[in-house]
Design a binder for this molecule. Structure first.
Ligand code: ADP
Ligand code: ASP
Ligand code: MG
Length: 413
């Protein structure tokens, strides 16, 4: 007998028939002799609809506490419906909100962090032979306020429950058959990976592969929980996300990802002297804006240019804050661009292969795509390009690095 946490995403519970399909899958897992805790997302489109409603009624950015109360209802609705569907199949199930299973978080509304989960509570439900159907994406803070954990965070709820229970596996059931070498909805030639290491998956998730929320992978790595990403609509084996030593293949490039959710800010003609970067980035940090890439050009005539990227949702605020310190840092002008995309290649094997980045730049050059910014780490190279080239860049890189299976440098044309 295994202890399994099964998470079902929005598309998987998108309508009545799909909820029934999920109920059958849960029952089959129980009938195979397992203890099962289920974590659900809101039905497809529901969270977006609630966010839109909140903005309309609030007439601007909604107050965070009330926003959380509202958007948490999406997951609550699914948990009740799925519990009913399981009961309709003659099995015992009970729905739980985040608060009811003690999903304790900090008080940062709309992006709260999980602090603890009441594992004893869930265990006692399971011990009675009842399936626990838990609303993902939400928790409760010390004061009893409902919190939510950020978009896509039902994955993180599921892994947190799995970690608290010491589950044998956390299944992420979704609308694709696993983790692919690139987004299968954009790259038809993408192939499913059988296994991927936590660190590689972490990079892919951070760089735009939304099949798993980044924080869910962090949790899984920290607590050694194997994740099995698979389709809600087939029986096929999916992708296992595991510790590096359990992943046999060490591909040079195991994934090509893209992220259209960033914007760049450029500070022109800033004084080339100590303290300028500190002044700008301290203010952004105080505003809780996470800066991703930073490029500072070589100075000339005592001035330099500095460019950085921020999440698209923080773009206007980042521009405003940077403009606010224009005289303090002695900048000539500040401008920005919100029509950019970050395209990345990720692979553990990049650690021991020279020339991978050069080859990436050559492939993009051959497609006539200009690179605006570059950032690298041991296992990834990212570039910022004009958003309109995203699909072309991703497909060209996938063809060059994954479909060809080759890793020799691309010859100069
Ligand atoms: P869910 O609603 O089940 O949480 P998501 O929409 O959040 O599902 O994540 C699944 C989607 O992730 C897929 O439909 C696919 O378009 C996208 N995706 C992006 N990159 C990848 C990748 N490398 N492998 C698999 N899916 C990916
Ligand atoms: N329903 C939430 C969202 O759409 C959480 C999730 O689905 O993971 O972001
Ligand atoms: Mg998701």
């Amino acid at each position: 007998m295994a202890l399994i946490v099964q998470k079902f995403g929005g598309t998987s519970v998108g309508d009545v028939e799909r909820i029934r399909n999920v109920a059958r899958r849960v029952v089959a897992t129980v009938d195979a002799g397992n203890e099962v805790a289920v974590v659900v997302s809101a039905m497809a489109g529901e969270t977006n609809a609630l966010v839109k409603l909140a903005r309309e009624v609030a007439g601007g950015p909604p107050p965070p506490r009330e926003y959380d109360v509202l958007v948490a209802t999406g997951e609550q609705k699914t948990s009740a419906l799925l519990s009913m569907a399981i009961q309709a199949l003659g099995r015992r199930a009970r729905s739980f909100s985040g608060a009811q299973i003690g999903m304790r978080t900090d008080a940062s509304h709309t992006r709260a962090r999980i602090e603890s989960v009441d594992a004893a509570k869930i265990r006692s439900v399971l011990r009675d032979g009842v399936v626990a159907v838990i609303a993902g994406f939400q928790g409760i803070d010390e004061e009893g306020n409902i919190t939510t954990l950020g978009r896509g965070a039902s994955d993180t709820s599921a892994v947190a429950v799995a970690a608290a229970l010491g589950a044998d596996v956390c299944e992420i059931n979704t609308d694709v058959e696993g983790v692919f070498t690139s987004d299968p909805n954009l790259v038809p030639a993408a192939r499913k990976l059988d296994r991927i290491a936590y660190d590689e998956m972490l990079e892919m998730a951070s760089l735009g592969a939304k099949v798993l929320q980044r924080r869910s992978v962090l949790f899984a790595k920290r607590f050694g929980i194997p994740i099995h990403v698979r389709s809600s609509f087939s029986e096929a084996e999916g992708t296992w996300v595991l510790a590096e030593e359990n992943v046999m293949e060490r591909l040079v490039v195991s994934g090509v990802t893209y992220d259209r959710n960033e914007a760049k800010v450029r500070v022109r003609g800033v004084k080339d002297q100590p303290g300028v970067a500190a002044a700008v980035f301290e203010l952004l940090a105080q505003a809780d804006i996470v800066v991703d890439m930073i490029v500072q050009n070589l100075g000339h005539d005592g001035t330099t240019d500095m460019t950085f990227t921020v999440p698209l949702g923080d773009y206007e605020r980042a521009l405003e804050i940077t403009r606010g310190c224009i005289s303090k840092i002695g900048a000539e002008a500040i401008d920005g661009d919100d029509t950019i995309a970050k395209v990345s290649i990720v692979g553990l094997g990049m650690k021991d292969h020279a020339g991978v980045a050069a080859r990436m730049f050559r492939v993009l050059a051959q497609e006539g795509i200009n690179i605006q910014m570059i950032s690298t780490s041991e296992i990834k190279t990212s570039v910022v390009v004009d958003e309109k080239y995203t699909d072309l860049a991703v497909r060209a890189l996938h063809a060059a690095f994954v479909e060809s299976g080759a890793s020799e440098p691309v010859p100069e044309s």
